[in-house]
Write a protein that binds this ligand. Structure first.
Ligand code: NDP
Length: 247
């Protein structure tokens, strides 16, 4: 971790359900937090207001993770404010669902650009700038193990994310930086709920033996652990906070 008084963390997609819980938790853990968002400034500003009201430090930075210049600017603005990051949590992602038979290549390309190319670009900057002893995380999904119909593009993109995680962990050999994927099961956010009937949500909820949906705070607990002093021996892993869904 850095020698500066305050550690810093960049969280992409930090205006969303899971990312906002992570940003607030890391601020509570003592990090200065950069709250990245793509298109909607109001939720990002609300996260910053909450962080500041609780005595923490943070800034909101707009950047589209699909765009190399945007991602470079995200890191530059973060470092201008708080110095080189100790922690990068790449949470931004989308999940449009459509069958492979649709042949909808525009929708496929969009998922790959946001989820996979976005991870490559964020990892490139993180690899250049994260301090020795730092932590890098990206979000995958437990749904990889289910191969549900209509999840093809999403699952392909997240399988790619997991591949990048293992390679980056090896590329950072010697710098004491961990790289891990967090792969949640169903978490009660806009991304998960959108387009699903109450009956389908209930069915998905009961697929884990705890019979509830994950909450964003369940994911923030995991990220806090991986970012904190006790998480340092976990490296190149896919951590699956999913309540037992999958098995
Ligand atoms: P939300 O839809 O609640 O939030 C998504 C976030 O990503 C928003 O902050 C959004 O910003 C941002 N975002 C989307 N596209 C871009 C982009 N091109 N550039 C920068 N930011 C972008 O989703 P969740 O919080 O549920 O999901 C977070 C992560 O967790 C995702 O990677 C998702 O795949 C993963 N995940 C989620 C699960 C779930 O059940 N919820 C399960 C497994 C994995 P804006 O609103 O400004 O566009």
């Amino acid at each position: 971790m850095s020698n500066s008084a305050t550690k810093s963390a960049i969280v992409t997609g930090a205006s969303g359900g899971i990312g906002s819980a992570i940003a607030k938790r890391l601020a509570k853990d003592g990090f200065s937090v950069v709250v990245n968002y793509a298109g909607k400034p109001a939720p990002a500003q609300a996260v910053i207001a909450e962080i500041k009201a609780a005595g923490g430090q943070g800034i909101a930075v707009q950047a589209n993770v699909e765009n190399a210049e945007d991602v470079q600017r995200l890191f530059k603005e973060s470092m201008d404010a708080f110095g080189r990051p100790d922690v990068v949590v790449h949470c931004a992602g989308i999940m449009p669902l459509f069958p492979i038979a649709s042949g909808d290549v525009a929708a496929f390309d969009k998922v790959i650009e946001t989820n996979l190319r976005g991870t490559f670009l964020v990892f490139a900057q993180a690899a250049q700038h994260v301090l020795e002893g730092g932590r890098i995380m990206a979000f995958s999904s437990s749904v990889l193990a289910k191969s549900f119909p209509t999840y093809g593009a999403y699952i392909a993109s997240k399988a790619g994310v997991e591949g990048l995680v293992h390679v980056l962990a090896n590329e950072l050999r010697g710098r004491n930086i961990t790289v891990n994927a967090v792969a949640p099961g169903q978490v009660q956010t806009e991304l998960f709920l959108k387009g699903k009937s109450d009956a389908r949500i209930d069915e998905l909820k009961k697929m884990n033996p705890l019979e509830r949906l994950g909450q964003p705070e369940d994911m923030a607990n995991v990220v806090s652990f991986l970012a904190g002093p006790e998480g340092g021996w976990i490296n190149s892993q896919v951590v699956r906070p999913n309540g037992g869904f999958v098995y």
